[in-house]
Design a protein around this ligand. Structure first.
Ligand SMILES: Cc1ncc(COP(=O)(O)O)c(C=O)c1O
Length: 339
């Protein structure tokens, strides 16, 4: 039995902060701080993927698809890998993770800490090659493996529909008018979007954003704009009211602008979620800086782009996701000068 321990009770009910993105409109802009999932874990805490790692493992155990002795395997650019590895290892399973060889150092370290085996795939081959490599490993011994499969598993969007949507709706007292999230598996935007559409009787506009460039560096997001790509089953585009495109440089600039904006001022906590305010303040910053991950910067850029296009009304209440914290990216150009 593994010695590895995680506190799953810290997953879900993450804090909501109010952010000043310097937009023209008087809209209220909030963000959900997803590294409070497993916030005590090393290497930047958990992420938005802690939610679905829990949802997919719980679902598989309940249905009897995952039993002792089976190895959990997942292809991932990092966050799902670290979160599946952490939770599955703590539940006593062996874990193998297939990752591109340019995955952020903090995510690789988190997978290693959990004792998981890592299969690296040449990042130049593109993300579909990571998925293919995982399928080859399973094909060699299908009985030995359980693959949560975040790209097809209904528990991925299902977890967001049950948890993320309700949390956002409640934390904004039902006032949310727009929800903005990036597309990797599409689980966040499809599940949360569907939940918010139901809770608000269709009043919430659901905005998904994708990387604008094929060779982008917005972690966790999938380029789908042109060409022949694997389209995740978990990405239900019918839930979206609009699709936006964000460049890597806009995502990084927006992340840096947030760090600047909150270099002296505290980040206003709108709702601490399941945590007390002191814990939230403690874990919001790294080395006293407000540094977010690349897709969080992408979310801020997507909101700023809506404003620049004149599409944000003064009475809008916008929510986007801070999917993970910036210290996972201490070794890439986004934060290497600061961390
Ligand atoms: C940091 C980060 N942001 C955003 C996403 C995209 O979320 P989803 O897969 O739910 O579309 C991911 C997915 O891996 C991620 O790791």
């Amino acid at each position: 039995m593994s010695e590895y321990v995680v506190d799953e009770s810290t997953i879900f009910e993450t804090p909501l902060v109010e952010l000043d993105l310097g937009v023209e409109s008087d809209a209220d802009v909030y963000a959900k701080v997803e590294w409070f999932n497993l916030h005590d874990a090393p290497h930047g805490g958990g992420s938005i993927k802690s939610r679905i790692a829990k949802g997919m493992l719980d679902g598989a155990e309940e249905r009897g698809e995952l039993e002792p002795g089976v190895t959990v395997i997942e292809p991932t650019s990092g966050n799902t890998g670290s979160e599946v590895a952490r939770l599955a290892a703590a539940r006593g399973y062996d874990v193998e993770i297939v990752m591109p060889d340019n995955a952020a150092g903090g995510k690789v370290d988190a997978v290693r800490d959990a004792g998981a085996e890592i299969h690296f795939v040449d990042a130049n081959l593109g993300y579909d090659a990571v998925i293919e490599r995982c399928e080859e490993i399973i094909a060699a011994d299908p009985e030995a493996y359980f693959r949560p499969n975040q790209y097809e598993n209904p528990d991925n969007p299902g977890t967001h529909e049950r948890t993320t949507a309700r949390e956002i709706y409640d934390a904004t007292d039902g006032d949310v008018t727009r929800f903005v999230a990036g597309v990797g598996t599409g689980g966040t935007i499809s599940g949360t979007g569907r939940g918010l559409t139901d809770l608000s009787d269709g009043a919430v506009e659901v905005v998904g954003f994708e990387p604008d460039e094929r060779l982008h560096a917005i972690d966790g997001l999938k380029y789908l704009k042109t060409g022949d790509h694997y389209h995740p089953e978990t990405y239900d585009e019918s839930v979206l009211d609009r699709t936006a495109y964000v460049t890597t440089s806009d995502a990084y600039d927006s992340a840096r602008a947030l760090r600047e904006r909150y270099s002296d001022d505290p980040v206003p906590i709108a709702d601490p979620g399941q945590h007390d305010e002191a814990t939230v303040r403690d874990h919001l910053r790294v080395d006293d800086q407000f540094v977010v991950g690349t897709s969080a910067g992408g979310g801020a850029a997507a909101v700023a782009n809506l404003d620049a296009a004149g599409d944000l009304a003064d009475d809008d209440v916008v929510v986007f996701m801070l999917c993970d914290r910036g210290d996972k990216y201490a070794d890439i150009p986004l934060w290497e000068d600061y961390l």
